[in-house]
Design a protein around this ligand. Sequence first.
Ligand SMILES: [Fe+2]
Length: 359
Amino acid sequence: MTTIRKDSVSGTSCIEPIGGPVRTPSRILVVDDEAEVANLLVRSLRYAGYQAESETDSMTALERCSCGNFDLTLIDLQMPRLRGDEMLTRLRQQYPDIAVILVTAAVGTDIAVSCLKAGAYDYIVKPFDLYDVTARVAKALERRATEIELRMYQSDLQRKVGLQASRIRSMVLQSMESLTAALEAKDENTREHSARVAHYAIRLAEQLPGTDDDFTYRLRIAALLHDIGKIGIHESILNKGADLEPYEYEEIRRHPVLGETILKPLFPDDPILLSIVRHHHERWDGQGYPDGFVGEHTPVGARILSIVDAFDAMISVRPYRTGMTGEEAMNVIRDGAGTQWDPTLVAIFDRMLKTDDYG
Ligand SMILES: [Fe+2]
């Protein structure tokens, strides 16, 4: 029975069965080198409401599956050219959304188990009962629909989780940028120093093999906040510049550990980020602070930060001195390669700045 309803948009009439729109019947390909058997199955499946077609050549059947025209295939196990089990393997690899039921003349647990292990949804033993075949087809199609739905749900969930994670990261970065800007606002000389350091650090890191988004995210935050520990140091010492008394120098040397302590509650599960802040004043020769780490024992993020922080400090104007040119600052860093700084990273940074004409 059908009813005629008016399309609300176009005003045209369309025929609709009582109980809602027609669902597209599932499309089934029967693959059997015996045409009589294939045709018998096709007739039976069509009678049950499916769109069924037959194919007697297994290689041609595989090609026909590539068009995405079928939801399920019934495949005879014993066929020339491409055997049923070989076709099953190819289909699972290339078109995993097509459900496969194997039809076999042989009765044996081994065959059944190996078919199911290879990814068949079911197996039917010849001679078959047509009602049984239809019931198994329906069951396989139901399972296929559930699997596809689950896969789409998982992929949608992954996409949403990824989107949310990226939003959170972006919010954290914006907050850290605001915090840094607030900390630096009172000092004209260091204003935007951290933002520039973060910029250079990320560019240098991107020259290294294996750098991924996770690392650059951490490095960016660490670079923005590397000197946050200085809020715990008295301003009279910070602004003194040159000629520090030994006790004042010791006081300033506390800032990396203080920074790590301040950031720990904000990033409790991020030891990499915290270690970059803690170790950004280590030296390649082990004469740095706070832990006197030597060479590559210092985390790579901290070794990067150490170079770009020094570079930006040297080219910046201070109350007690003018800023160096980029080339002059790079000369100092080149001289310190292998003693103060990681020589490999210095060479990469040098190359990077050369392309910018030390700008
Ligand atoms: Fe520092």
